[in-house]
Design a protein around this ligand. Sequence first.
Ligand code: ZN
Ligand code: ZN
Length: 497
Amino acid sequence: MDTLDAYKEHLREIGKLESALSLLHWDQRTNLPRKGNAARSEVIGKLTKMVFGLSVSDKLGEYLDNLQGRDDLSEVERASVRVVGKAYRRHKAIPPAFYEEYAVAASRSETAWEEAKEKSDFGLFKPHLARMVEYARKFAEYYGYVDSPYDALIEEFEPGMTSAELKTIIEPLRDELVPFIKRLMEEGKRPEDGFMQGTFPEEMQRELSLKALAAMNYDFDAGRLDTTVHPFTTTIGPSDVRITTRFLPENILSGLASSMHEGGHALYDQGIPDELRWSGLDEGASFGIHESQSRMWENLVGRSRPFWKFFAPIAGEVVPQLSGVSAEDLYRAVNIVKPSLVRVEADEVTYNLHIMLRFELEEGLITGKIDVSHLPDLWRDAMKRYLGVVPDDDAHGVLQDVHWSSGLFGYFPSYMLGNLYSAQFFAAAHKDIEDLDAKIAEGRLSELLAWLRENIHRYGKMYEPKELIERVTGQAPDSSYFVRYIVDKYTDVYDLH
Ligand code: ZN
Ligand code: ZN
């Protein structure tokens, strides 16, 4: 067999095992009976090992060596060799014995974190966190870096991003947002949302989510919607991209927003062309770019005035309590800003500040500027500076997120970058699509989707985030689009003068 064919066959083999793994994971988090968990974990462990074995095999290394020198490859094939080759070298850099040791420690650390969070006792988690920081620093040494060990870790989630660049993005963003939020809270008029109070049956909420997803043109013949505790989207395989969401009985908006968010992720994956299937390119360009799609549908569309012009009558039909409420009142009610302690409950104005705080702290941990034992105090201090609220226990402070417990450092910035990218993409879509707002107000969301498909989705992972953004918007990543979006929108919603 020709090397190129053998290479492609190797990737298809990995892809099929990953597909089985995705299904097992999805089932575990939606349907699996509790007692089935132990055996399921073993099956998942076995398959994970098989995938890992194939992804670091010497055979794959030979294929890559051979193909890197060939000049008869198509653009897609070249991108595949580049992306798969990079992942191969990163995997190969980690000694297997070290990885196994880390995996055991990470699993213990996660368990310790769960208990520590439950008891709100940072002391229980501290030694585990210190160990996870040590492992992360070793990973960074194995991967290699130019300026900061943190850069080696971000690379996994946002290729090409560095901590130095993040700092230049964050500083002006923080300087604009912190005083703006203060003004909103002190001088702004909080929208009325009394009509949103109540208890909403799950079936009703599900119907509302299904209507929104249908309007977004999510393909139900290539996916489905289920409920779970922590919502996620997963691609089981070609034309099988599933969404999960959660419905809170007393908050009609939360489930809808979560469904639209996951729907945005799913539209991205449903839009990846067959040509890229099982090539190593059949996923988003990065975590940040993926999050830009979910955030766009959740916030820039889902919390916009034009969307509610279209969606208010639908909401009124599904939720009788909302039937008399005007589109304008609904629009304002879904845009209430409230500095809060918990990241996952944050609105679009305050969300990025939660991320800046985490970036500041985790970067300090990885570079050794911050000692784990000072973390709870530093957390409270940063919350006060950024959001003006301070948790009175660690469960609602430094212990709230699962990420660090399993050694995930460098992941948080993706959330913030997603918000920033989404505003920049949306501005570009507005330039390209005539009367986009009017189209959204008529429920013609397909034109926006077609634009995203054409400019972003169809490339999968062919381009790194920066290159993709330049191609789509004609500019380097620029946080001023997000700032302008937030300031313009909330100056109006909060009636600032
Ligand atoms: Zn997301
Ligand atoms: Zn809580």
